[in-house]
Write a protein that binds this ligand. Structure first.
Ligand code: A2H
Length: 256
């Protein structure tokens, strides 16, 4: 981890229907998911892209915790992240970060969710193998229009749904365009994945390059072409969209 703190926006993604396996597991653990609100918490650097969410990624290799975040409200994220939150005044009790239940990412896959601002109303939890357990919350919201990683992972999931043990119809392959740049058009992730001939979510070197190019171009030269701040520079929209979500209590600021 670097020496300068990174500020993330954490998006609260509501679970509306747990996958059958998760329901069985949580019942067995005596966790009352029916009378509580449960949110996947995804850390993002790009709050202005939340209109374009098409699913939420978890890793099958990560054990998550379900943590009490407020009366009747629970967060799903890594224990490491909730611990940090507990020292940032984001939880009921400073330094308390014991999960009420642990749950592996694999159990959550297929669950139905609704994500704040997303144009698509019903999304699914899907797997992403490249999520790092020690960054953010271990949960990544998927924006295939502007994130090369999300775009290529979505394509891989759609092409190899059987291999991943998911239903193909869970994968939303068309998505709205959010940001226009002169260099990369309206869907910069797709443009860069094709341009750099990225074939797989495992093409780490090329993906890092694509991510860097997309981020710089989008941030400094991008114009919003979707949502409340259409016409606004991305540089400004970033803060405006974030503040709207903070106000609506669908997001919070988290540092690490
Ligand atoms: B970003 P940084 Cl549209 N493992 O959000 C892997 N990736 C993770 C992660 C983890 N544990 N936690 C967060 N991330 C992703 C949106 C987005 C993001 C767009 C474009 C680029 C982009 C939608 N996904 O990130 O290493 C999250 O994806 C590229 C910079 O802290 C988060 O923001 O710089 C970003 O990586 C955090 O990356």
């Amino acid at each position: 981890e670097g020496v300068t703190p990174q500020e993330y926006t954490c998006i609260k993604i509501k679970i509306t229907e747990f996958a059958p396996e998760a329901q069985g597991y949580l019942k067995q653990k005596n966790f009352d998911f029916a009378s509580n609100e449960i949110f996947l918490v995804a850390a993002t650097l790009r709050p202005e892209t939340m209109y374009g969410q098409t699913c939420c990624f978890v890793s099958k290799k990560i054990d998550y915790g379900i943590f009490e975040a407020a009366q009747g409200q629970f967060y799903i994220c890594t224990e490491r992240a909730f611990k940090n939150m507990s020292f940032q005044g984001l939880t009921p009790q400073r330094g308390y970060y014991k999960p009420v239940v642990q749950i592996n990412g694999s159990v959550l896959i297929g669950s139905k969710i609704t994500a704040p601002l997303a144009a698509e109303k019903e999304l699914r939890i899907l797997p992403m193998d490249t999520i790092l357990p020690n960054k953010g919350t271990g949960v990544v919201t998927c924006v295939p229009s502007d994130s090369p990683d999300d775009y290529i992972n979505t394509r891989d999931l759609a092409h190899k749904s059987e291999y991943y043990g998911i239903k193909k119809e869970w994968v939303i392959e068309d998505f709205v365009a959010l940001i226009r740049t002169e260099k990369y058009g309206d869907k910069c992730a797709e443009y860069l994945v094709n341009e750099l001939k990225i074939k797989s979510p495992k093409d780490a070197v090329q993906l890092a390059k694509a991510k860097e190019l997309a981020y710089k171009e989008g941030f400094y030269n991008g114009i919003m072409i979707y949502g409340k701040f259409t016409g606004e520079k991305v540089e400004n929209a970033k803060r405006l969209v974030r503040d709207q979500m903070l106000e609506e209590n669908t997001a919070f600021v988290y540092n690490e």
